[in-house]
Design a protein around this ligand. Structure first.
Ligand code: SF4
Ligand code: SF4
Length: 496
């Protein structure tokens, strides 16, 4: 790693190495024009030797090593550029409003997480790796997946880390198998994760429906890429937002979170696991390729500050427990661990409180109504948005994921021009924050919705706004991100 003190500045530049993610491919060492890199004798957590700057006086900071590294594990920078960057200081973002209180179960209490999985400290990591760390910190001890770009790094890291924490990763034969393996593990008492992208998400849909109907907790990560079909494996998209909500057949509800930074990948992953335990439903974690691969500072707090929801296990005696029994006040049933002694029957068929198939209209009405209501009745409690300049906004830009960072920059520009524009960022998209959007209609004359798809969440905003204001989509087919000026131009047009 480079050192910026003048006394220790041989050469014209230096390199920064993320040794923990290096896969030892040797591209950087082979292509360095001044032969100043060599391999360390140490092993990284993946079992590879990683590069070190062995002849610092020869490094020019040209960044060819960074250009050739397939894993963004190294980059070079000139001392001159490092100094200039430091002199400018880091841009000071407008602070985000305080986060809402953590999810609290109506039953039991939040408890500090198991410290074995928590890498407390400051890190420089990408969103995929931060997602993995968030899952482990949340208590996830089982993951199953099948590699697919741009999500593979999540489970690659999980596979490397979980043996020392005490858990298991299985690479299954495909996404169908992965999405059912996690459900077996969940009924075996584990908090579970499955990770995919693009066509893999489509393959998982049947089993996501099964998790919904069997009320099996678990988190499904989709690092969205350009589609349809195999589309753009290495480039971003946000075109699975409706699939997350409606992708499996039948009526059911899920919860979907959308992080916009590696830090949020960590933080919201804890929340995703907690929500899946509170509501016993599949929780979708809708990242995108840019958030998955961008590398930023991630702060992992001490384990005692990470509050998790333990599984709500029944305390009923063996003969009295009914696995799907609920009350009118509490629509989420208690769970048990398969093999612990309680009698359970878990099926995708419409079932009664015992879990036994009950295939008639009355049983269907009772079961489906409860599955839907246990989420919809709590939609207001589940609202998680970030707001900027909304008090007097006549134009509201609504966005999520990577697009929200670009939209925020366009909104800042518009404010600097004196335009009454605000920004609403969705961190939970499903259930949709309908009440908040309706409240904004009191002074907003237009909603602008940039997203990396041809118009998905904008449809929900149209439905909620119901003609009280204009709703203007800013579609983008994916493969890259919006230019801030394209959003700014639409903001200016909307004010006229
Ligand atoms: S920055 Fe350039 S000179 Fe320095 S190690 Fe990388 S490739 Fe070599
Ligand atoms: S190119 Fe990247 S992954 Fe390959 S050895 Fe160098 S740092 Fe490691």
């Amino acid at each position: 790693m480079g050192d910026s003190t003048t006394a220790s500045r041989p050469g014209k530049g230096t390199v920064f190495v993320r040794s923990e993610i290096c896969k030892g491919c040797s591209f950087c060492v082979d292509f360095c024009p001044t032969d100043c890199l060599s391999f360390s004798t140490e092993f990284n957590p993946k079992g590879y030797h990683f590069p070190v700057l062995s002849a610092p006086e020869a490094c020019t900071g040209c960044d060819l090593c960074g250009l050739y590294c397939p894993d963004f594990a190294i980059y070079g920078e000139r001392w001159k550029d490092i100094d200039e960057r430091k002199a400018k200081g880091r841009p000071q973002p407008v602070p985000e409003p305080a986060a809402p209180a953590p999810v609290k179960p109506a039953w039991g209490t939040l408890v500090p997480t198991d410290p074995r999985g928590v890498l407390t400290g400051l890190h420089f990591m990408d969103g995929d790796h931060a997602t993995c760390e968030g899952a482990i910190a949340a208590g996830c001890r089982f993951a199953a997946g099948y590699p697919i770009t741009p999500s593979t790094e999540v489970v690659e890291r999980f596979a490397a880390r979980i043996p020392v924490v005490g858990g298991l990763f299985i690479q299954m034969e495909d996404e169908l198998a992965s999405s059912i393996a996690v459900q077996g593990a969940a009924w075996g008492g584990k908090k579970t994760l499955s990770v995919t992208s693009g066509p893999g998400f489509s393959l998982m849909m049947e089993h996501i429906g099964l998790a919904a109907v069997t009320e099996t907790p678990g988190v499904w990560v989709n690092v969205q890429r350009g589609g349809p079909s195999t589309g753009l494996p290495t480039l971003p998209g946000q075109a699975d937002m409706m699939q997350a909500k409606w992708g499996s057949h039948g009526d059911y509800e899920i919860i979907a979170l959308v992080p916009n930074s590696p830090q949020e990948c960590f933080d919201l992953m804890i929340k995703a696991f907690n929500l899946s335990e509170v509501y016993r439903c599949p929780v979708m974690f809708m990242m995108d390729e840019v958030v998955g691969h961008m590398v930023e500072r991630v702060e992992i707090p001490p384990a005692e500050r990470i509050q998790v929801v333990p599984r709500r296990l029944t305390t009923k005696p063996k003969g009295e427990y009914l696995p799907f029994a609920t009350t009118s006040e509490d629509l989420v049933p208690e769970m048990t661990v398969a093999g612990a002694g309680h009698r359970i029957h878990v099926t995708g068929l419409t079932h009664d409180e015992r879990g036994y198939p009950a295939m008639n209209a009355a049983a269907q009405d009772k079961m489906v109504t409860r599955l839907v209501r246990k989420i919809r009745d709590h939609a207001d409690a589940l609202v998680d948005v970030r707001e900027h300049y909304l008090d007097d906004a006549e134009i509201v830009v609504v966005s999520y994921g990577i697009t929200s960072r670009i939209a925020k920059s366009a909104v800042d520009d518009a404010r600097a021009r004196g335009l009454r524009v605000g920004h609403l960022r969705l961190r939970i998209v499903w259930p949709f924050p309908a009440a908040r959007i309706r409240a904004l209609c009191q002074h907003a004359k237009a909603f602008l919705v940039p997203e990396l798809n041809m118009g998905q969440v904008v449809l929900e905003i149209e439905r909620v706004v119901a003609g009280q204001a204009k709703v203007i989509g800013i579609p983008h087919a994916g493969g890259s991100v919006h230019e801030p000026d394209a959003i700014l131009k639409k903001i200016i047009e909307a004010t006229q």
